[in-house]
Write a protein that binds this ligand. Sequence first.
Ligand SMILES: [Zn+2]
Length: 288
Amino acid sequence: MEKVTDNVFVETKVRGSNPAYVVTSDGTVVIDTPQLPTRAVAMRKEVESWGPVRYVINTEHHVDHIFGNYYFRGAGTVVHHQGVYDNFMTVYPELDPFEYAREALPDDPGGEELFPDRDEYYRDPNKGQVVFTGDLTLRVGNHTFNLLHTPGHTPGQIAVHVPEERVVFTGDTIFNDCQTWLMTSDVDEWLRSLDRIRSLDVDHVVPGHGPVTTLGYVNKQRAILMEWKSAVADAIAQGWSREETIERVNFADRFPVDVGQEYMMDYIQSLNAGSLYDKLIAVPAKVY
Ligand SMILES: [Zn+2]
């Protein structure tokens, strides 16, 4: 795994999110778990070689950030936001998350033998033992882990700020140089959460997808969200139907999809445009 600072390690080049860990004077802390079974097992081994796992923190409830929790059963206390606990594994209501996890297996030779059957998985997917709302601070050895509620991409989204390493792990609040998944997101909340991240004093930003970056990228992510939103608002202003909007509003040429998920490009474009259309055209229950 890539070394970001003396105590921070992250994997950004494998299918799935960017799982990471921090080495402290009193054990290790994992932030998001690999989706691919062999990677999850290998990461656990690597992390435990530095010391026992104290906590496994998840930044959100999507498959690619939490499926690997299954392979960390018995290793540390799982910590995540109430919103992660409540929506565990659900990517999009129509998508079967367990099948979606299985779909990645061709990218993981050896993964099949480690892949649980459905019942076995759901018996203990290793969900949160510490479940919180708002923010939470964990102190482990000489390190501080500020778990900041940064909703938008998902309701239970958090960023993990480790001031001693001058690092923030943003989860999918930042997609660096790859396609942004909006889906069930609240874009306005997301923009406010980017402001919160922008206010931190850090040198390294570990995104949910794509290479490690710096705080400067926050403004780019903000521009991407605003572009999507204004393009769909424009479509509605032109009187385009939902289908026309999906057909015409498209940012596929902007970035590739994150590693291993290239085949999802059309799905991302249609769902981003469609979900924004539904949100922007809806009339709030009370308008004064
Ligand atoms: Zn996500």
